[in-house]
Every structure is written in C-alpha cells, then in structure tokens.
Design a protein around this ligand. Structure first.
Ligand code: ADP
Ligand code: ADP
Length: 218
C-alpha cells in the first residue's frame, strides 16, 4: 500500500512537534525515519497509524484520506506493550481471525521464527525485556500487515537477536511486499534495511532531506 502525507503538523498545547511534513512512500518501499530525539518521529508514526488523530493535514493510505486505525497496519513500539493477563501465545493470536487451531499454528510458527518456541505458555511478567520484544515483533508480523510502522523496534535487543529479527523483517517484507516505515537511530540498520531514509529537522520536525539507498537484495 502507498502512503502519502500532505502538510502534516501536530501541536501539543501550542507547541509544534511536527511541522508541514510532506512525504510519499511507494507500495513495498522501506523508508527509514531518522532525526534527533524529540524531532517528532514517534508523533508522526502515531498519526500514520491512526493512534493519534489530532493532527492537521492529510494522510492518504492507498489513495484514501483516512484518520482511522487500519487493520492492515502493524505497529511495533520500542517497548513490547503486551497484554499482561494473556500468555505469550494468546498475545500473538489476539489480533488474528480464523479457526482456533489455525490461529495457534500460525502464532507458533512466528514464535519459532523469533526464537521463542517452547515459551508460548509463559506470561509477560516471566519474560526478559528482549523476549517480550520478540513476542511483540511476532504479534505484529503474524497478521502479515500491508503497512508496518516500526518505532525503534530493535533498539533494546542484543546485537545477535537484532540481526536475526532484521532478517525476519526482510523475510516478511519479501513475502508480503509490506510498506514499511522504520524509526531508528542506528545508521547501519537504516542502510541495511531501507530503500530511502528521511531525516527530520529537530524541533519542530519537518523533512530536512531524503537520501536514496541502492539495495542489492532481490
Ligand atoms: P521523537 O520520536 O522524534 O523522539 P516525539 O514524536 O516523541 O519525538 O516528540 C516530538 C515532540 O513532541 C517532543 O518535543 C515531545 O516532547 C512532544 N510530545 C510528544 N508527545 C507529546 C504529548 N503527548 N504531549 C505533549 N508533548 C508531546
Ligand atoms: P520515544 O521518543 O522514546 O519513542 P514516545 O514519543 O513514544 O517516546 O513517547 C511515549 C509517550 O509519551 C507517548 O504517548 C507520547 O505521546 C508521550 N509523550 C512524549 N513526550 C511527551 C511530553 N513532552 N509530554 C507529555 N507526553 C509526552
């Protein structure tokens, strides 16, 4: 799905956090969103996701202006935000539709690919931070979302897990041609994953420049 932002601005109590952002993302493109802390990256992702609707300007998803939460959109935050009263498996099947055994099989497949096979009966309080984040990643990818919004999803993980999950993200992207926006502070991650990076100028955030990256992946 394509994304287009037209003059998107967001103000909190008179303070402008994001100012006149214009941006187009092609279907299947992976775009990195970079910029100093507080320049409005998370604010922008929340607006695109529909979690925040108090912005000005228009956001088009596949040609339609919308302020609603899209069920084709997946979100991974910096912190896991799991439902504490559900075990790992139920946290992952939560957003799925279909027959219970099908949902379970699919969830287990994704839990295995994030390295959590055998952990499905644990509760969030029993997980380390890295494990919980892997559950959050499985939960977002399991629905094969057409738009994926990622807010520093790997920043709290160790280097090895990070590389594994970056490759899992690319696997999902290859399979479903998801359109991805990735907030990151990690330049190596951006050049590894992204087709293009957009740099927001600090306070208030507006697009400062865009850099294309020639990827060698198929
Ligand atoms: P980034 O993700 O780039 O670090 P944010 O989008 O979190 O930046 O924040 C952009 C600016 O908006 C910051 O100055 C932040 O303090 C402010 N901001 C974000 N969310 C809120 C909020 N709910 N209420 C007030 N100010 C906010
Ligand atoms: P990060 O920059 O680490 O990604 P977020 O932008 O996701 O953090 O902020 C986490 C939460 O705190 C969000 O709900 C955001 O709206 C809120 N928030 C951020 N800055 C402020 C602020 N200055 N005042 C009030 N709430 C804020």
């Amino acid at each position: 799905m394509s994304l287009a932002l037209h003059d998107v601005s967001r103000t909190f109590n008179g303070t402008t956090a994001v100012q006149n952002v214009n941006l187009e993302v092609q279907p299947g493109e992976i775009v990195g969103l970079l910029g100093t802390s507080g320049c409005g990256k998370s604010t922008l992702l929340r607006a695109i996701s529909g979690l925040d609707t108090d912005y000005e300007g228009d956001i088009e998803i596949n040609g339609t202006v919308t302020k609603e939460i899209h069920d084709t959109t997946g979100f991974i935050f910096q912190e896991p935000r799991l439902l504490p009263w559900l075990n790992v498996l139920d946290n992952v099947t939560f957003g799925l539709t279909g027959k219970p055994y099908e949902k379970e099989a699919r969830a287990l497949e994704y839990l295995t690919s994030v390295g959590l096979d055998g952990k499905e009966k644990l509760y969030p309080r029993e997980l380390s931070g890295g494990m919980a984040q892997r559950v959050a990643i499985a939960r977002a990818l399991v629905t094969s979302p057409q738009v994926l919004l990622l807010d520093e999803p790997f920043s709290a993980l160790d280097a090895f897990t990070k590389m594994q999950l970056q490759d899992l993200l690319l696997d999902v992207w290859e399979k479903y041609q998801s359109t991805i926006m990735l907030v990151t502070h990690d330049i190596d991650e951006a050049t590894y994953l992204c087709d293009r990076v957009v740099i927001l100028r600090g306070q208030p955030g507006e697009v400062e420049r865009e850099i294309s990256i020639k990827q060698t992946r198929p």
